[in-house]
Design a binder for this molecule. Structure first.
Ligand SMILES: [Zn+2]
Length: 158
């Protein structure tokens, strides 16, 4: 038996497929509204980041917690059926993410991973996207080369 019910799983799957709720679009809109300009899925940048800010030499990837195996995240559950299928899928995603990270590092491009749970957290009713966006901007302006933003990170008290 799956730890997640069939109903829940199909709900999760449709959320993953759904276009209008895409978390990367949410983040793009936040940046655009603050005057940041970027290119999308840049073919010339390793990993084709969801958002690439040339001026800030920054590639931003919005990662689905399930597909990219966000460690310790409630969205990164493991389906109990077709285990081998999922494991292979997850392994190749993790491997690809690792290669992309190394290559960006080699090329000196700043790399920001925004986990989907962080987007969901800031989209919650009554929450403001301000903390998320200021963390993104802070990273772009900093000397750091790599950062991940998760829901947990957003909830942390400064
Ligand atoms: Zn997550």
């Amino acid at each position: 038996m799956d730890t997640v019910t069939k109903e829940q799983r199909s709900k999760n799957m449709s959320a993953i497929r759904s276009h209008d709720t895409k978390p990367e679009i949410y983040l793009r809109k936040l940046l655009f509204a603050r005057g940041y300009r970027y290119s999308l899925n840049s073919p010339n940048i390793t990993g084709h980041p969801d958002i690439y800010l040339k001026k800030y030499n920054t590639a931003i990837f919005v990662h689905g917690c399930f597909w990219h195996r966000h460690e310790g995240c409630k969205y990164a559950y493991t389906p109990k059926s077709r285990v081998e299928f999922w494991q292979n899928k997850f392994n190749s995603n993790i491997k690809r993410d690792h290669v992309v990270k190394e290559e960006l590092d080699c090329k000196g491009i700043k790399n920001l991973i925004v986990w989907e749970c962080a987007i969901k957290q800031s989209q919650k009713k009554g929450n403001s996207p301000d903390k998320l966006i200021s963390m993104v901007i802070e990273f772009m302006d900093s000397g750091s080369k790599y950062k991940e933003i998760s829901a947990e990170e957003l909830l942390r008290e400064d």
